[in-house]
Design a protein around this ligand. Structure first.
Ligand code: SAH
Ligand code: SF4
Length: 401
């Protein structure tokens, strides 16, 4: 990507958007501090923070002018210093099975000269729940050999605001805000629920535990009653096995944990999930045993992608059950989703059934994940965007770290 092109792009950024602090994603304390720094009286700040949270997360407002309980002068101060922009929608696709996928575009407010980045977010409606699959990074530093995202170099981490921005934008498109419009195909709100999005999974692009601080901030707001207000039991974070961050995920964020296991022997897992070379199975499973808050009511989900003739034998199934003995666990068998250039095949249905049977007999319930949205490349492991990392020289020339 040439520097000239990037500067062209920079000149397209509206000047009034430059250098404003995004409010979405700030904790109460950080927001209060930011307001004070902008000249809003400290004694007012707490009240303003509550009002702002309510407008941003409950009402889904994207314009300071609509904040009717905030006076004109304060609104102007807010508009001068802060941004409540959402990502731009580049594309929105709907699968034959109702799954929706968005390609969102973000500009980096701290470095407005950098080109924008793009990530994918997926909504999966089911009869009893509606799950939003959220991205944590643009690309991924890891290179799991069966994953499409793994072929895209890490471009950058998403900020807490960008992680929440995906949720806010999806809520808007699905009509989840008060007074919102539901999509014409209807039927998106699961029975007994009031919102289309009932669950969040950090299973989109990227390794959430390599962007721990931002993911933590975002999920604490997602689960805050005054924020997006989803129960922590309805938020699941999936990791390929960043062992040192697993404990803090339980104690500081307190959401449900999923582990991308995919192999029961280190030699094979080293190839499929190369982070295994750093933190092998023994250490990973010990971190799972020690996961804060783990109980039979709060089990860890182990994800296992079914790859033909690679990890799908009866012996693998038996070893899986043996490895997980003593850990309150659910097992999620994921049929491999192919992508252009992938070198694996999905295990046969007969094989998956036999494997599932062994796992079921050991006491683990309903484990096969139905592939959703394959026709729009929205299924597990198929996400990717065109965003590329700039060269060091170009980044320096643009004044970015
Ligand atoms: N980076 C995190 C979050 C991504 S979650 C992680 O790896 O856990 C996406 C899930 O889909 C992971 O379990 C991942 O291993 C799995 N996956 C990746 N590529 C896949 C593919 N082609 N088919 C099926 N599942 C895949
Ligand atoms: Fe990254 Fe997860 Fe894909 Fe591995 S499976 S490359 S950790 S997104």
């Amino acid at each position: 990507m040439s520097l000239a092109l990037d500067l062209d792009h920079a000149s397209a950024i509206r000047p009034e958007r430059r250098g404003k602090t995004p409010l979405v994603g700030l904790s109460r304390a950080d927001m209060a501090q930011a307001l004070a720094a902008a000249g809003i009286a400290e004694r007012e700040a707490r009240m303003r923070v509550s009002q702002l949270w309510n407008w941003l997360y409950h009402n889904g407002v994207t314009d300071f002018d609509r904040m009717s309980n905030i006076g004109k002068g304060t609104k102007q101060v807010l508009a001068d210093h802060f941004s409540i922009d959402r990502p731009e929608i580049v594309t929105e696709q709907v699968s034959v099975d109702g799954t929706r996928k968005w390609l969102f575009r973000f500009r980096d407010p701290a470095n407005p000269l950098l080109p924008p980045v793009e990530v994918e977010t997926v909504y999966i409606p089911e009869s009893d729940r509606g799950t939003l699959c959220v991205s944590s990074q643009v690309g991924c530093t890891l290179t799991c050999s069966f994953c499409h995202t793994g072929t895209q170099r890490l471009v950058r981490n998403l900020s807490a605001g960008e992680i929440l921005g995906q949720v806010l934008m999806a809520r808007e498109r699905l009509g989840d805000f008060p007074g919102g419009t539901r999509p014409a195909d209807g039927g998106l709100v699961p029975s007994g629920e009031t919102r289309a999005i009932t669950n969040i999974v950090m299973m989109g692009m990227g390794e959430p535990l390599y962007n721990y601080d931002n993911v933590k901030k975002a999920l604490l707001i997602a689960s805050d009653e005054a924020g997006i207000s989803l129960s922590k039991r309805r938020i699941t974070l999936s990791t390929s096995g960043v062992v040192p961050q697993i404990g803090p995920t339980g104690s500081e964020i307190g959401v449900m944990l999923a582990i991308s296991l995919h192999a029961v022997r280190d030699d094979l897992r080293d190839i499929l999930v190369p982070i295994n070379k750093k933190w092998p199975l023994r250490e990973l499973l010990q971190a799972c045993r020690d996961y804060p808050g783990l109980s039979n009511a709060r089990r860890i989900t182990f994800e296992y992608v079914m790859l033909r003739d690679i990890n799908d034998s009866d012996a693998d199934a038996r070893e899986l059950v043996r490895l997980l003995a003593g850990i309150p666990a659910k097992i999620n068998l994921i049929p491999f989703n192919p992508w252009p250039g992938s070198n694996y095949e999905c295990a046969t249905s007969a094989r998956i059934e036999k494997f599932a049977d062994i796992v079921n007999r050991a006491g683990y319930a309903s484990p096969v994940r139905t592939p959703r949205g394959r026709d729009i490349f929205a299924a597990c492991g198929q996400l990717k965007s065109e965003s590329e990392r700039l060269s060091k020289k170009d980044r320096e020339a643009l004044g970015a770290a």
